[in-house]
Design a binder for this molecule. Structure first.
Ligand code: AMP
Ligand code: MG
Length: 487
């Protein structure tokens, strides 16, 4: 276990130099205070969890203090936003403080979001408000606990600094951890500004640090792109399987590591709705829940375009062609497990699709349906769940197919079925209304609810005594919350 002054830095991205990032110091928040910290994320840096309570912790992550070895940099990148190219985007309010490596030799970027203005702030104030920082913190740690690849969050630091959005709010900072903060938009920036040397340097950097195994392949850059395609396909398969809607899948929010990145007006589905749009400024539904799948491919094509100096167009097209089959395989595998199936049959895809249609028509809670399905034998569970459906004949027909499918799947005890299904079907997810309750309390100075919710979400598959209220469908007020896109 380490104290805060015992971290070891190795700032490899900073060493790429001024063409890639600019030295900027964080702008301190007034009266910084700890809102919430993640013990699990602290463990990634070998940090003793007790240090979160020390004043120096809030000072470090509230922009007041800096390690002598840290090299705070604003990274430069561009990207496609809602399909249109923006030549320069960021970092407008985040700083890569440095790269730390732990005792296991893993490198982690420390990125402070809401750290003040940078040369890339455009019209923004460089700040992040408390509510959006809490949302990013809770989502990163909740996705990780669900087994969905994501950037991590070490802590949220609150303050008394006024920040203007639609109304006056308070500034906060969230400390994000990831093995890399390089986005698709980094490659696009050097491609569209026609800087082939820097682009090659960036590609080498990513290959050496994050895809070293691709070096062994005859075409290392192509192998790396294929890997990025596969990782993104797998990540999006998991979003779809668990009902996560990202909301702003611009290419500057896509990580080259295939992890969920940059949280804005995201949401987990309550009722299943394939057409759900969580971002209220997304009038055309470009980033609606079901569109996430084709948009994943669109984004990878934008990255492919930026990689044309290194890889032939034919090879890139072939690699892009792997996206949908990868996606389908990962998605179906997860959905089979969510249904408690251990074998694969041709018609399973249809079984899943037909269930989702029925859920859509009846507004069935996406999370609780699967959890309850695993509480009982197939026959008993479908009888209990039947009341949630409006189209009873449709559900009965599906239930017969499901029972027959389970019978063909194998002979297992109820206990085995329950254990297997509960291990993949969460009881607790980050519902918008739960986040909203925690934020409302935090805005009035009470951080206990954020901390409790975070704790519950770190063990989403385990029934936790006394936490029944976190496993409920939303009350009416919580069903259609408008989450402000300003953050
Ligand atoms: P986002 O839509 O949050 O992914 O942000 C897109 C870009 O705008 C990122 O590069 C951010 O750094 C930048 N940005 C967002 N909000 C602000 C802000 N308040 N001040 C400066 N830049 C911002
Ligand atoms: Mg972003």
């Amino acid at each position: 276990m380490k104290a805060l002054d015992e971290l070891t830095f190795d700032n490899r991205f900073a060493r790429l130099g001024d063409a890639f990032s600019t030295h900027v110091l964080p702008e301190p928040l007034d009266e910084p205070r700890l809102v919430v910290a993640s013990k699990a994320a602290m463990a990634l840096l070998d940090l003793d969890p007790a240090v979160a309570k020390t004043p120096v912790f809030a000072e470090l992550f509230g922009g007041h203090k800096l390690w002598a070895e840290a090299e705070p940099r604003a990274m430069v990148y561009s990207g496609h936003q809602f399909g249109g190219y923006t030549p320069q985007l960021g970092d407008g309010r985040g700083l890569l403080l440095g790269e730390v490596y732990n005792d296991a030799g893993e490198h982690w970027d420390l990125h402070l979001k809401g750290a003040g203005m940078t040369p890339y702030s455009r019209m923004g104030d460089g700040r992040a408000v408390l509510r959006s920082s809490i949302r990013e913190f809770l989502a990163s740690e909740a996705l990780h606990a669900l087994g969905i690849p994501s950037s991590r969050a070490l802590c949220v630091i609150g303050s008394s600094t006024p920040v203007w959005r639609e109304k006056q709010e308070r500034g906060a900072m969230v400390l994000r951890l990831a093995h890399s903060h390089i986005r698709f938009g980094h490659f696009e920036y050097f491609y569209y500004t026609k800087k082939p040397e820097q682009q090659a340097e960036l590609a080498e950097h990513v290959l050496n640090l994050h895809y070293p195994e691709c070096r062994e392949q005859p075409e290392p850059y192509l192998a790396m792109f294929r890997e990025i395609v596969e990782r993104n396909a797998e990540m999006i398969a998991k979003w779809q399987a668990y009902g996560f809607c990202h909301g702003v899948m611009n290419t500057d929010n896509m990580s080259i590591l295939g992890i969920t990145f940059d949280f804005g007006p995201f949401a987990f589905l309550d009722d299943f709705d394939a057409h759900f749009i969580c971002n209220h400024s997304d009038h055309e539904g470009r980033y609606s829940f079901s569109n996430q799948v084709p948009i994943g491919q669109w984004n990878l094509s934008a990255l492919a375009q930026a990689l044309t100096p290194f890889i032939s167009v034919d090879a890139l097209k072939e690699a892009l062609g792997l996206y949908l089959p990868f996606y389908q395989a990962h998605y179906l595998d997860l959905m089979r497990r969510r249904l408690g199936l251990t074998s694969a049959e041709e018609d399973d895809q249809k079984l899943v699709e037909d269930l989702l249609k029925l859920m859509q028509n009846s507004g069935v809670d996406y999370t609780l349906f699967f959890r309850r399905l695993g509480d009982e034998s197939a026959a008993l569970a479908v009888t209990r769940l039947r009341d949630d459906f409006v189209d009873l004949a449709g559900f009965d027909a599906w239930a017969e197919r499901y029972k027959a499918r389970v019978a063909r799947d194998g002979d297992y005890t109820l206990e085995q079925r329950r254990e297997r299904m509960h291990a993949v079907n969460p009881l607790y997810i980050l519902r918008n209304y739960l986040a909203q309750n925690a934020i409302a309390a935090a805005e009035s100075g009470d951080y206990s609810e954020v901390r409790r919710l975070h704790e519950v979400l770190t063990r989403p598959f385990e029934e936790q005594a006394g936490m029944e209220q976190y496993a409920q469908r939303p009350p009416d007020w919580g069903k259609h919350l408008e989450i402000s896109c300003s953050s």
